[in-house]
Design a protein around this ligand. Structure first.
Ligand code: PLP
Length: 383
C-alpha cells in the first residue's frame, strides 16, 4: 500500500514523511536559503519565502494526501490562506458570491478590503439555492462557503454549491476548518479549492497559527505565486509543530466528537437550556444533510440558556474545566460567547438576523474525559 492511499488514519501518519537522513520524526530545517544551480524560474529558487523548504514540501504532501488533493500549500495563518486565494482569483471588476454567515475575519475582508480593490460581493443563503441565480452577474467568478457554519453549526446545501459553480463556470471555494478532513473532504464532492485554518483541528494544540489551500495543482500553483509575493509564509518551526500535530488528528477528532455528541444530548435534556445547536442531534436542521455528506458531526456545539447573557456569564464563572477563550479545535475545551468574541464585528441587528443571540454559548469540545466534562456542566448549571 502506498503512503498516499489507505484510510485517512494511515495517511495522517505516513504521507509526507521524507525520512531525510533516516529521521522518523520530521526535523526542522532552520535555513532560509538553499544551494541553487539556477533554474531560471524565480518561484523555484530554494528560498524560505517561496514556500519550498523541506518542511514546507513535506507538509504539502501530507496535507494534500488528507483530502486526496493534487496539491497543497501551507500558509502563515488561516486568514493568509483565505485572503491569498481570493486575491489570486479575483481582480478589479470581478464579483463574488459568499455564504451569509462566514467567519468574522473573512466577512470583514470581503466586505471591507475587497470593495476598495474594485471587487464586489453579494451574500447568499447557503440553505436555499433557489435565490442564488438572481445574485449572479456576468462578472461573478467565485462562490465561497464554509463546511459548517459558525456558531450555529449549519451545513449549507454543499451539493447545490458545486452544481451551481459547474453550471455557471465559477470557482467553488470552501473553508473546511470546522469539519476537518476527517469528516469532510470537499474535493471529492466537486469543490475546486478547500481552505483551512490549521490553527484549529489540524494542529489541535492551541499553540500555533497556520493555514492551508488544497486542490488542483494548477490552481494551487497560482495561489503559491501570489503567496510568494505577499509573503504570508509559515516558518519552519511552525511547519514542524503542525506536521507533528496533524498525526493525531483522527484520534483527537474521534474522542472530541464522541464527547460533543454526549454533551449535546445532556444539554438538550437540561431544563435551563432553550436550544442546542449540534448537527449530531436529530433536532438540528442540518442533521440529515450532515449524515449524508459527512463522516462525522465534529466537535463544535452552541446553545442558548433561559437566562440569556447573564446566565451564560454565570455558567462561565462556575465551570472549572472549559477555558473561557475564543478559537477552537484544540485538546482543551474552550467556551465563549460569539456575540462578544467571534461575531463582535457584526452589528446587533446583523447578529439577530443570523439567529445569534447575545447569550449564545459556543463550546469547542476537547479531549478531557467525557464524564468529567458533563459533570462539570451539570454542577455549573445547577440552580
Ligand atoms: N476560518 C474559520 C472557520 C475560523 O474559525 C478562523 C479563525 O477562527 C479562520 C478561518 C481564520 O484562521 P486563523 O486564525 O488561523 O487566521
Amino acid at each position: 500500500m502506498s503512503r498516499k492511499t489507505g484510510a485517512i488514519e494511515t495517511r495522517l501518519i505516513h504521507a509526507g514523511e521524507p525520512r531525510i537522513g533516516g529521521a522518523v520524526g520530521m526535523p526542522i530545517f532552520q535555513s532560509s536559503t538553499y544551494l541553487n544551480a539556477g533554474t531560471g524560474n524565480y518561484h523555484d529558487l530554494r528560498y524560505i519565502r517561496l514556500n519550498n523548504t523541506p518542511n514546507h514540501l513535506a507538509l504539502h504532501e501530507k496535507l494534500a494526501a488528507l483530502e486526496n488533493a493534487e496539491a497543497a500549500l501551507v500558509t502563515a495563518s488561516g486568514m493568509g490562506a483565505i485572503t491569498t486565494t481570493l486575491l489570486t482569483l479575483l481582480s478589479a471588476g470581478d464579483h463574488l458570491l459568499a455564504q451569509d454567515c462566514l467567519y468574522g475575519g473573512t466577512h470583514d475582508f470581503i466586505t471591507k478590503d475587497l470593495p476598495p480593490l474594485g471587487i464586489t460581493v453579494d451574500f447568499i443563503d447557503g440553505e436555499d439555492s433557489s435565490g442564488w441565480v438572481a445574485k449572479l452577474r456576468a462578472t461573478t467568478k467565485c462562490i465561497y462557503v464554509e463546511s459548517i457554519s459558525n456558531p450555529l453549526l449549519q451545513v449549507a446545501d454543499l451539493k447545490a454549491v458545486t452544481a451551481f459553480a459547474r453550471e455557471h463556470g465559477l470557482v467553488s471555494l470552501i473553508d473546511n476548518t470546522f469539519a476537518s478532513p476527517i469528516n469532510f473532504r470537499p474535493l471529492e464532492h466537486g469543490f475546486d479549492l478547500s481552505l483551512h485554518s490549521c490553527t484549529k483541528y489540524l494542529n489541535g494544540h492551541d499553540d500555533l497559527v497556520a493555514g492551508a489551500v488544497l486542490g488542483r495543482s494548477e490552481l494551487v500553483e497560482r495561489v503559491k505565486h501570489k503567496l510568494d509575493h505577499l509573503g504570508a509564509t509559515l516558518d519552519p518551526h511552525a511547519c514542524f509543530l503542525l506536521h507533528r500535530g496533524i498525526k493525531t488528528l483522527a484520534v483527537r477528532m474521534r474522542q472530541q466528537s464522541e464527547t460533543a455528541q454526549r454533551l449535546a444530548e445532556f444539554l438538550e435534556r437540561h431544563p435551563a437550556v432553550i436550544r442546542v445547536n449540534y448537527p449530531g442531534l436529530p433536532s438540528h436542521p442540518s442533521h440529515r444533510r450532515t449524515r449524508e455528506l459527512f463522516d462525522g458531526f465534529s466537535a463544535m456545539l452552541s446553545f442558548d440558556l433561559k437566562g440569556g447573557a447573564a446566565a451564560a456569564e454565570r455558567l462561565f464563572g462556575r465551570l472549572t474545566l472549559p477555558i473561557v477563550a475564543p478559537s477552537l479545535g484544540g485538546v482543551e475545551t474552550l467556551i465563549t460567547r460569539p456575540a462578544i468574541t467571534s461575531h463582535a464585528g457584526l452589528t446587533a441587528g446583523e447578529r439577530h438576523a443570523l439567529g445569534i443571540s447575545d447569550g449564545l454559548v459556543r463550546v469547542s469540545v476537547g479531549i478531557e474525559n467525557t464524564g468529567d466534562l458533563i459533570q462539570d456542566f451539570e454542577q455549573a448549571l445547577r440552580e
